[in-house]
Design a protein around this ligand. Structure first.
Ligand SMILES: N[C@H](CCC[C@H](N)C(=O)O)C(=O)O
Length: 276
């Protein structure tokens, strides 16, 4: 199997094109190939597949073998892959995902290669039971959750995949490894959850560190950055356009008031190619 190793702000993926459907052993392949000691090493395994509704279809398997409904950093990598490798010559195209349907993607091309991608990440889902959480509220804001005697307040947002956004004093130095895994599997979240710890620095700038469902601590999370801005607007903390600063770099997020669409702009990079 030929693959291309790519990343979006250090959130890294093994990208596979040429298949017509997800292989039956995709979960096992993801666990094996994403292993950073015995495999290639990555946060996820991404398949580029044909689509009847869009130019391409993306399916993403986390490093633990679970399939995610959506992935912001990966969709930018897919957009770069299909253009750079001549699968399309369009600079405005559509990519279908499990959790957000057909998404419009705008490429910034320099010297024939995609450098930056702007993605319509769809509309946030705020009904608590649809994120999903076990909480019947719309939206779920400032909800208490307790793990090991410590109480957190969270806001729940789905971008097709589930997120809980928690505001802390110092996200950059927050003890992600202790609290992330406990929250990921909390019974309030029937399909587990991605956890974003956020410190708002100004009306258009936040620090965010993420513990991802099925992947653990990653350097960046595109859907998590979208959820961060949506939650911050709902909590009156930022404007609808804001930069989310992650360990791997910055993403520009715009939650458009007229359409309710969330737009994410950021880079994508190819690192190496190989065969397994
Ligand atoms: N681990 C996530 C999928 C990847 C999301 C993240 N890498 C992004 O860029 O959006 C989940 O299970 O929902």
């Amino acid at each position: 199997m030929n693959f291309t190793k790519m990343h979006g702000l250090g959130n890294d993926f093994i990208v596979v094109a040429g298949e017509t459907q997800l292989p039956d052993n995709a979960a096992q392949l993801a666990e094996q190939l994403c292993n950073r000691f015995f495999g290639i090493g990555a946060d996820g395994l991404v398949y580029i597949l044909p689509s009847e509704q869009a130019d391409f279809r993306m399916r993403i398997i986390n490093s633990d073998g679970s399939e995610a409904e959506q992935c912001g950093n990966a969709i930018r990598c897919v957009a770069k892959y299909v253009y750079d490798n001549g699968l399309t010559n369009k600079e405005s195209l559509t990519i279908e995902t499990l959790g957000a349907g057909v998404q419009a993607v705008q490429l910034t091309v320099e010297n024939g290669k995609v450098e930056k991608v702007r993605v319509n990440m769809g509309q946030p889902i705020l009904e608590g039971l649809k994120v999903p959480t076990t909480i019947d509220a719309n939206p779920v804001i400032g909800q208490s959750i307790e793990v090991d005697g410590r109480e957190f307040k969270f806001t729940a947002v789905s971008m097709g995949n589930p997120h809980c956004v928690i505001y802390v004093d110092d996200a950059v130095n927050f003890d992600l490894a202790t609290w992330g895994p406990k929250l990921e599997v909390h019974p309030l979240f029937p399909r587990k959850i991605n956890v974003e710890f956020v410190t708002v620095r100004s009306k258009d700038f936040t620090d965010m560190r993420v513990w991802e469902r099925g992947a653990g601590p990653t350097l960046a999370c595109g859907t998590g950055a979208c959820a961060t801005v949506v939650a911050s607007v709902l909590n009156g903390l930022t404007d609808r356009t804001a930069t989310v600063s992650l360990k791997g770099g910055d993403l520009l997020i715009e939650w458009d008031e007229a359409t309710n669409f969330v737009f994410m702009t950021g880079p994508a990079a190819e690192v190496f190619r190989g065969t397994v």
